[in-house]
Design a protein around this ligand. Sequence first.
Ligand code: FE
Length: 286
Amino acid sequence: MNATPRKERRVARVVRGQPASDGAGVRLTRVIGQRDLDMLDPFLLLDEFRSDSASDYIGGFPDHPHRGFETVTYMLAGRMRHHDNQGNSGLLTPGGVQWMTAGRGIVHSEMPEQQDGLMWGFQLWVNLPASDKMTAPRYQDIAPERVPEAAPAQGVRVRVLAGSVGDVTGPVNAVATAPVYLDIELAPGARFAAPLPGGHTAFAYVYEGSVEIGPTGAARHVARGELAVLERDGEGFGAGAGAHPARLLLVAGRPLAEPVARHGPFVMNTPEQVVEAMRDYHSGTF
Ligand code: FE
């Protein structure tokens, strides 16, 4: 790891995810994109879906459109089949990630490919800058074995989806917001510390156990189902586990600081562009 002293970011606020339902009755926890945290530029939405009861997920997400942003699906357990209106298809399996740039528009379905068992994962929406909103759709389908793992300290394992930990670099690339997306596992008493790009918006979402986040002496306790918004000031991130193992996502991206006009799966810069998106979708030109 980087030996240079760096200032670890403090936690600005802690937000708890809210129960929600989307698609054809999929029950999930909405963490970003809800009353207490509308968005976190450039991040528009974060959902965690986790259930071993098929009735919570079996309906899936039948055909629906997207325009103007990217969807990032990361699976921990279960299998999800993706299909779009341009003939693209793929299967997401545990540990795999799909970084989809919807750009000017796709219509797709995301359906569980299992009748029972645990379905667990996350979907993040990342905004695109005005210059990229009408770009051609693009998929980065990354199989589990293509996600490298770093072991930066005793008791710390990090799957690097995007960005870098030491000399381990994640497979997602060429994304407008230069994102960092890490899946971090901490053994009891272990602590992870790493640099974070200056000026990036950053958050940590704890999905197992609980973690102390922030500089030693000024850390905040963050429990499962809670998201810590990090202050902008500082160049580092630190998180330590207590007496139990813990798992969390660390996500960062360059803020766009552009106007956001949002209606469901259409995220543009002006209300007129949203109306145009709805018109294009209904006339079948996606
Ligand atoms: Fe979708």
